[in-house]
Design a protein around this ligand. Structure first.
Ligand SMILES: Cc1cc2nc3c(=O)[nH]c(=O)nc-3n(C[C@H](O)[C@H](O)[C@H](O)COP(=O)(O)OP(=O)(O)OC[C@H]3O[C@@H](n4cnc5c(N)ncnc54)[C@H](O)[C@@H]3O)c2cc1C
Length: 475
């Protein structure tokens, strides 16, 4: 029996879980996939938004600005890479310049500091590859970038180090409340009980709400991206946005914390969105990138991918206790800026909503610190040599593109939350994220997984379920 069950291992569930472990509570996380961070938190832009975009008075505006202020120290404590690179909303006409002033006023109302409108000369000095057609920009100095999957995995790992339990492959299909105790059942009939339940199920948060009779409309909007190799990493240094118009927000062009360049996302309302990319979607991204910048280095494209935004029919975050079922808390329909907002949302949910139901007593043994998952390439030669002396597995480079060692891969297979498949290792270490996209390292990573888990090689999957790499022995 737990005090609190969190449903959904995305960035919201992860930050909430970690926040809960700051108190003397028995807590667990239920995730339907083989690994955590398999929903929106895995495939997004990774922008720590400044907060000028959200309508004043909304939860989005409140938590965006608070989360932005918290993110640098939050990431540092968890060993997650964050960079305060600043963002630029670029105008291409006098009409768009007027919109920049509106955005600046909106941001200031929301409490965003350091907003400034800059002219085309300053814009060009900040971003030499910006299009000649650009006439000015709104400069948001507090904008930043972060790795969304590193952040999500680190919050859940740190929560587990502080006593939280993780149940993967646990797809919640039923919730019952009897005598103030919730019993949550999975599709495979496993049962877990607690006095409080927090719904952080992203795209499925509406479905989870319906299990207790609450009606929350959550829909999906697909976004497609193109990723360029680190070789082009200095093409831009800030995050470049189009000025929003009636036709939409366009795409963004940004550096990532790992020095790739990211172009996208599209925004397509689909009945049943999936994460495949399409020729039309990617053509749109390319044409917009060419409008924003001179000669984007598209020859350096290494992959494309898509994410699905979960947006609520209230067009705001839904963060509240159920009006009909006491002790059931919703964090539903958390679309952008949900990544930015996550640490602030978690603090609010635990202090205000959990705290209303149970007494929160500090966990004196809580340790919020966590070491980064991959680090070898950033060590000095002396440090590298010392580490190899201690553990020779750090002397073997497995991923040549990203310079990731066997030692780092073995570490993420063992530490919390353990990587159980190829993509799990990839998200934690970047092994397979470089130019060859795993062509060289994938077979060896599969062997390391099989050996560490003491299972046959053919049982190793790319991302759980039926995504097997091998069909069986040929000879
Ligand atoms: C294309 C795109 C771009 C974005 N860009 C940004 C950005 O730049 N900056 C920003 O701040 N925000 C951005 N966002 C928004 C941000 O990614 C989300 O707000 C955030 O990731 C939401 O996290 P979550 O934990 O609510 O949902 P998710 O990450 O989707 O997590 C939900 C989890 O619940 C699990 N689950 C679902 N159903 C069940 C069930 N029945 N049982 C058990 N588990 C279940 C899922 O498998 C999943 O792991 C973007 C989103 C998208 C899609």
């Amino acid at each position: 029996m737990f005090d609190v069950i969190v449903i959904g291992g995305g960035v919201i569930g992860g930050c909430v879980l970690r926040e809960l472990t700051k108190y003397r509570l028995r807590v667990c996380l239920l995730e339907k996939e083989n690994d955590v961070c398999m929903g929106q938190s895995k495939a997004n832009s990774g922008i720590v938004h400044a907060g000028y975009d959200a309508i004043p008075g909304t939860l989005k505006a409140k938590f965006n600005v608070l989360g932005n202020k918290m993110m640098e120290s939050y990431a540092k404590e968890l060993g997650v890479k964050f960079r305060n690179n600043g963002s630029l909303v670029v105008a291409f006409s006098e009409e768009e310049k007027a919109t920049l002033s509106e955005l600046k006023t909106r941001g200031e109302t929301n409490g965003v500091e350091g907003l400034r409108i800059i002219d085309k000369d300053e814009l060009r000095s900040l971003e030499p590859n910006i299009s000649d057609e650009a006439v000015g920009a709104l400069y948001a100095t507090t904008g930043g970038i972060i790795s969304p999957y590193e952040l999500t995995i680190a919050t859940i790992g740190n929560a587990m180090d502080n006593g939280a339990e993780l149940f993967t492959n646990f797809e919640v299909s039923n919730i019952e409340k009897t005598d103030d105790v919730f019993t949550v059942t999975s599709t495979t009939s496993e049962k877990v009980s607690a006095t409080l339940v927090i719904n952080c199920a992203g795209l499925q948060s509406g479905k989870i709400a319906s299990l207790i009779g609450d009606e929350i409309g959550v829909n999906g909007r697909k976004g497609e991206y193109i990723l360029l190799d680190r070789e082009s990493g200095d093409f831009v240094s800030h995050t470049l946005f189009f000025t929003p118009t009636k036709k939409g927000k366009g795409i963004l062009v940004t550096q990532t914390v790992d020095n790739n360049i990211l172009l996208g996302p599209t925004a397509e309302e689909l009945e049943d969105p999936d994460t495949t990319t399409t020729a039309n979607g990617l053509d749109f991204v390319i044409s917009k990138a060419k409008t924003m910048c001179k000669n984007p280095p598209l020859f350096n494209t290494i992959t494309s991918f898509a994410g699905i935004r979960a947006y609520s029919d209230r067009h705001d975050f839904i963060i509240e206790e159920s009006k009909t079922v006491k002790g059931f808390i919703h964090c539903a329909g958390i679309e952008s800026p949900g990544l930015t907002s996550a640490p602030a949302v978690a603090e609010y949910v635990v202090k205000e909503l959990v705290g209303k139901n149970v007494s929160l007593q500090s966990n004196e043994t809580f340790n919020g610190k966590r070491e980064p998952d991959y680090f070898f390439k950033n060590l000095s030669t002396e440090e590298k040599n010392a580490l190899i002396q201690k553990d020779p597995s750090y002397g073997k480079i497995v991923c040549r593109c990203e310079q990731i060692t066997e030692g780092e891969i073995l570490r993420v297979i063992r530490e919390n939350p353990p990587a159980k498949d190829i993509d799990g290792v990839k998200r934690r270490t970047r092994s397979g994220m470089g130019r060859c996209q795993g062509g060289f390292c994938q077979p060896y990573v599969a062997e390391l997984l099989a050996k560490s888990q003491n299972v046959p090689l053919e049982t190793i999957t790319k991302k759980g379920k039926n995504s097997y790499l091998l069909t069986g022995v040929t000879k």
